[in-house]
Design a binder for this molecule. Structure first.
Ligand code: GUN
Length: 285
């Protein structure tokens, strides 16, 4: 079994970006600028947003973190986004999800200018992915594709099973795997007889949001397993994935750990997307 080290792969992406960004002040007069907005005090969001700021620092990307109170009215947040859209010194705008329930996530996602949408969540970026026209790729699915590549796994022709149908991970990663010529079966927590399907997988991507739901009996020997979960073990309270690592790892050809697998790749891809937005916004000479 090979452990796919997302931490190391993401570190090398960030190093490459840092070297690239270091050339920007002389070439372009400034560095990219990412604004991350957090509304409220969701504990997971506090950690994610802090990690995004740290990654910016590592890459030499300017970061502003805006923390707004939980009670911020939806209209006030939308106004703030409009200001950021209009601000030429800002290249990327990210509003951390989930948002408090009185704020529509769909409205917020649509409000961010698509050219600054480093998350790749804007409907026009989503459409671009599905129609194969220019778009910003969502960070976690992009990170998963890079993990597979780094592990030497070509999805072409492989029976691939994705568990999870969210807009953020399941649907877009299924599309990217299809575009890489995998045969993709998309399932979810309500799929009837899920184990009979997962046992056919040569590549298994699990983004279901349920702690340790994939167990060793659900995986065939030699499977490559990508665990997108970030859960708490109900017994120990420790961080764990959607995959029961102890029973699955011995059967897998390769597997991502949690933490240290997909998570760091999401952030490395966010840094890449920020640089991409910056470069695309440069005035054409
Ligand atoms: N919450 C969990 N993952 C993400 C992400 O990739 N982007 C944003 N904006 N919020 C998230």
């Amino acid at each position: 079994m090979k452990l796919i080290d997302g931490k190391q792969i993401s570190a090398s992406i960030k190093e490459r970006l840092a070297a690239q960004v270091a050339t920007f002040p002389e070439k372009y007069g400034r560095v990219p600028h990412l604004v991350v907005v957090r509304v409220g005090e969701d504990p997971a969001s506090v950690v994610y947003v802090r990690n995004k700021a740290r990654a910016c620092e590592a890459c030499g990307i300017r970061n502003t973190t805006l923390v707004l109170p939980e009670e911020t009215p939806e209209a006030a947040l939308l106004d703030r986004i409009k200001e950021l859209n209009a601000d030429n010194s800002v290249d990327g705008v990210l509003v951390q999800l989930p948002l408090p329930r009185h704020i529509s996530e769909a409205k917020v996602i649509e409000a961010i200018d698509r050219s600054k949408d480093v998350d790749g969540f804007h409907p026009l970026n989503v459409a671009g992915l599905w129609q194969k026209t220019p778009h910003m790729s969502p960070c976690t699915p992009k990170g998963i594709m890079k993990l597979l590549e780094a592990a030497g796994v070509d999805p072409k022709g492989k029976r691939t099973v994705v568990i999870g149908r969210s807009n953020i991970v399941g649907l877009p990663v299924a599309k990217m795997l299809l575009d890489a010529n995998a045969t993709v079966t998309l399932c979810h927590t309500r799929t009837v007889d899920l184990p009979s399907i997962t046992r056919q997988a040569e590549i298994l991507v699990v983004a279901a949001g349920h702690a340790k739901m994939v167990t060793g009996d659900m995986v065939s020997p030699g499977c490559v397993v990508i665990d997108v979960g970030m859960d708490r073990d109900p017994e120990t309270g420790k961080l764990c994935g959607d995959v029961d690592f102890d029973s699955v790892a011995p059967k897998a050809a390769a597997i991502t750990p949690v933490p240290g697998g997909v998570g760091p790749m999401t952030i490395a891809c966010l840094m890449e997307n920020t640089v991409e937005c910056f470069l695309k916004a440069l005035p054409t000479p």
